[in-house]
Each structure stands twice: as C-alpha cells, then as structure tokens.
Design a protein around this ligand. Structure first.
Ligand SMILES: Cc1cc2nc3c(=O)[nH]c(=O)nc-3n(C[C@H](O)[C@H](O)[C@H](O)COP(=O)(O)O)c2cc1C
Length: 258
C-alpha cells in the first residue's frame, strides 16, 4: 500500500470517528429529556402494577391520575410538606447529608446501611377515600439491592400486590422474584397480626396452607434461599418500627388530614 493511500485511509477513518461521535453525542443530548420522561413513566407503571391497576393501551399519565403522591417523614411518622412530591427522589435524598439517615447496624435488616429520612408514598383514592397505599421498599438480595413496591389495602396490613422493578439477582434463581407465579401468592397476605406485631415472612420451602400462620407466610424460592431471605428481611425492615410502621399507625388513627 502506498503512503498516499495509508494517509487517505487514516483520514477517512478519523473523519468517520468524528462524525460518529458527533451523532452519538447529539442523540444522547437530544434524547435525554425523552429518557427522563420514560423513566418517570416506567416508575408510575410499576406503582400501578403493584396496586393491580395497570392496564395496557391507556397512557400511564391518565391511569396515574387516581394516585396521589405524598412525602412521609419516617422519623415523626407524619406526612411532610417540605418537598415537591412530583420531583422528590428518595435515592438522592438518601445520599444528601441533610436528609439521610444512618441505620443502626442492629436494626438494618434490609442491609442497606442508610436511607432517606423521607419517603415518597402513593395513595390510591376513590371518592376522597383511601383505597390502597403503595410503599417503596428496597434491600439486599444475594448479588444486588432489590427495589420494589408493596401495595397495602386500607386496613394497612393486607397486601394487594408486591413486585420488584430493579434488581441484579440471577435469572432462573433469585430472578424468580419476577416470576408471575411467585408474585401471585402475595395478594391477601397480611403483614401484621391483630396486636400489630409484624408477622410477614418468606419461608425456606412452601407454605403449609393448613397452618394458621399461612396468612403471614410466602413460599421461598427453590435454589435461591438467599434472595428469598433478603425479600423477607427487607419487608420486615420497611414495614417495621424503623420503617413505615409508625406512619401507618398515625394514618390509621388520624387519617389523611395530618
Ligand atoms: C452462578 C450462581 C448464581 C446464583 N444466584 C443466586 C441468586 O440469585 N439467589 C440466590 O439466593 N442464590 C443464588 N445462587 C445459589 C446460592 O449460592 C445458594 O446456594 C442458594 O441461595 C441456597 O439456596 P437453597 O438452600 O434453596 O439451595 C447462585 C449460585 C450460583 C452458582
């Protein structure tokens, strides 16, 4: 190959690289707003799915109109009015020195070390009456932090739906937390007994349906006991005294007008 043609090849390759990088950067910048919008829509879709309200073919925004987003101060167990619920992000709030809460290690059942003092919660309303409350939860599985939503009925104990929308567990093992067959066991389970003690647990193995405790128990995952244990632990944490429980008790006593 002559020197001329070598130079030509290199110039063409360089020009191609410049053009491609301009195109990629322009696409990244141009699509950023759409990506953000899709992310918000995806979160709303997951919330609707946890509540059993998601319908395909109807814009997510329209379906979400029956849901109110509120911010809860987990320390006081009351609603907080200090944030814009539409833009509040509990993950960045958990990193912010002003709002983060370091979980004492003996209480850290979800193995997350810290969380935000404030959490977004979602209220499903019908004729001004609360029907369901959807709570974000997260905690460590075997390989990853698993993020999900749990929806409770207006007794604040009966599960309407529970689903994870982000995790890195192994497909076919821990990843079975996404299996519709596993998820469909959750509606109807109870979190608390009549005395208010947290009772929900994920077993190693299957629930004995004839047991009086079956209402508080979910089947484990064969070959993925560590992920299943993580799910049970994160529920115990988030629905316990260091999580949403004080807020749910306030809600039960005082209703929405706190
Ligand atoms: C490649 C690989 C991936 C695995 N992924 C998971 C997982 O995602 N979740 C899990 O609990 N166990 C996973 N395991 C299995 C765990 O190491 C452990 O054996 C299992 O959780 C024990 O559950 P069992 O008592 O039901 O068998 C994986 C194992 C291997 C070799």
């Amino acid at each position: 190959m002559s020197r001329d043609s070598t130079r030509k090849v290199l110039s063409v390759a360089f020009a191609l690289c410049v053009v491609c990088s301009i195109l990629v950067s322009a696409a990244a910048v141009g699509l950023r707003e759409r990506q953000e919008r899709n992310k918000v829509d995806e979160k709303k879709k997951n919330i609707l799915q946890a509540a059993g309200l998601y319908e395909t073919g109807i814009p997510v925004e329209d379906q979400f109109s029956k849901i109110q987003t509120r911010i809860v101060d987990l320390q006081s167990g009351q609603f907080s009015h200090d944030f814009d619920a539409a833009t509040f992000d509990s993950r960045s709030s958990a990193r912010d020195p002003e709002t983060r809460y370091q979980i004492p290690s003996d209480l850290d059942l979800a193995a997350i070390k810290r969380r935000s003092r404030y959490q977004d919660v979602y209220l499903v309303m019908a004729d001004d009456a609360l029907q369901q409350i959807i709570l974000p939860v997260h905690g460590k599985g075997l390989w990853s932090t698993m993020y999900g939503f749990i929806s409770l009925g207006n007794d604040f104990s009966t599960v309407n739906g529970f689903a994870f929308y982000e995790h890195g567990e192994t497909p076919g093992l821990g990843g079975e937390i996404d299996n519709p067959a596993w998820k469909k066991q959750w509606p109807g389970k109870k979190i608390y007994d009549d005395a208010g003690n947290i009772r929900i647990e994920v077993l190693k193995g299957a629930v004995d349906k004839s047991s009086e405790n079956a209402i508080y128990q979910a089947d484990g995952l064969a070959g993925a006991t560590l992920t299943a244990r993580g799910v049970g632990n994160l529920l115990k944490y988030w629905l316990g005294d260091n999580g949403y429980k004080p807020f749910l008790e306030t809600l039960k006593k005082e209703g929405l007008k706190q």
